[in-house]
Design a protein around this ligand. Structure first.
Ligand code: PEP
Ligand code: MN
Length: 335
């Protein structure tokens, strides 16, 4: 349920209304927009008397929210959320490119990729340290050492780093990490999501390959219900009957999620398509769709990458793509 506050209501009036809601066991969430203040209410709102509420001097209107996601709902927070990642703003009109290899392999590799993608326009560096692999016999990531190498690359370039967590027990290792990624396979690891909700660090939440957009928003809600509102939604392809591509990129996620939610929405064309020669076209389509950013795999030597080489762009291919993305950005901005 949301209560829209009349313009001109004083802070004191709003505070006493908040106290009144809380005394009825409801959790409150205040969204102060440029033109409107909205009080979001979570809990058992069935006993709230809407007529009584609408009769209050400072209340303009009251609406029930039928969707099961509340904090992630745009009705709760009409303005776009812009996530601040160590000074790099993502969302709310700020488009960002997160680039880097699937896996961190060595300090030389991650620093080389970081410097190159930065020179091409990426502001955030990705790299997996803990890798969710289908086979237990495949490379599992450099783990704690991988995070150290990412920090080295950050120290050299100043780029904030994005890396995936698989187990809440590893959280102490992620303390210096700028953005914690929750991979597709863990989108519904609810206990992990609750732990991440305790932090105030940005969380990049990927859509599971067999999950609906509503389920993705409910997973974001798990994080936000604990108090962490810094969530970035990521569409990375879903599993369909198609076999020529690794997954099927559901670009329609962008307008739908942006309408339903205030959270930033980014696209990962690399895991969606899985074939490097198709990635640039879909990255451009993602920019044109109005996504708030892209997450893309780039490697200094894709042929010899330990993981996901087939979908990784070379440094040169990424540089070329960046220029084209910039041109599409200009068209979008002029819309
Ligand atoms: C990744 O980003 O390297 C990754 C494993 O992604 P996903 O969870 O989308 O498969
Ligand atoms: Mn990968």
């Amino acid at each position: 349920m949301i209560a829209v506050v009349k313009p001109g209501a004083s802070k004191q009036q709003i505070d006493s209304l908040l106290a009144w809601f809380r005394s009825r066991g409801l959790k409150t969430h205040v969204s102060e927009g440029e033109f409107q203040t909205i009080i979001g209410l979570v809990g058992d709102t069935s006993q709230v008397d809407v007529d009584l509420l609408e009769g209050l001097e400072i209340v303009e209107s009251v609406k029930r929210i039928n969707e099961p996601f509340k904090r992630a709902n745009r009705k709760f927070h009409p303005a776009d959320t812009a996530v601040n990642i160590g000074g790099v703003i993502l969302g709310g009109g700020n488009f960002q490119v997160i680039a880097g290899p699937c896996s961190v392999e060595s300090p030389e590799q991650i620093v080389c990729v970081a410097e190159s993608v930065q020179a091409s326009g990426a502001r955030l560096l990705r790299g997996g340290a803990f890798k969710p692999r289908t086979s237990p016999y495949d490379f599992q990531g450099l783990r704690a050492e991988g995070i150290e190498f990412l920090l080295e690359a950050r120290a050299k370039t100043g780029m904030p780093i994005v890396t995936e967590i698989m187990n809440a027990a590893h959280l102490p290792l992620f303390e210096p990490v700028d953005v914690i990624q929750v991979g597709a396979r863990n989108m519904q690891n609810f206990e992990l999501l609750k732990e991440l909700g305790q932090l105030r660090k940005p969380i990049l939440l990927k859509r599971g390959f067999a999950n609906t957009l509503k389920e993705l928003l409910m997973s974001a809600e798990y994080i936000m219900a604990e108090g962490n509102e810094n969530v970035i939604l990521c569409e990375r392809g879903i599993r369909t009957f198609e076999t020529y591509t690794r997954n099927t990129l559901d670009l329609s996620a962008v307008p739908v999620l942006q309408e339903l939610s205030h959270l930033p929405v980014i696209i990962d064309p690399s895991h969606a398509i899985g074939v490097s020669r198709y990635v640039p076209q879909m990255a451009l389509a993602a920019v044109a769709s109005g996504a708030d950013g892209i997450l893309i795999e780039v490697h200094n030597d894709p042929q010899n990458a330990v993981c996901d080489g087939a979908q990784s762009l070379t440094l040169e291919q990424f540089a070329h793509l960046s220029e084209k993305m910039q041109r599409i950005r200009e068209v979008i901005a002029a819309r």
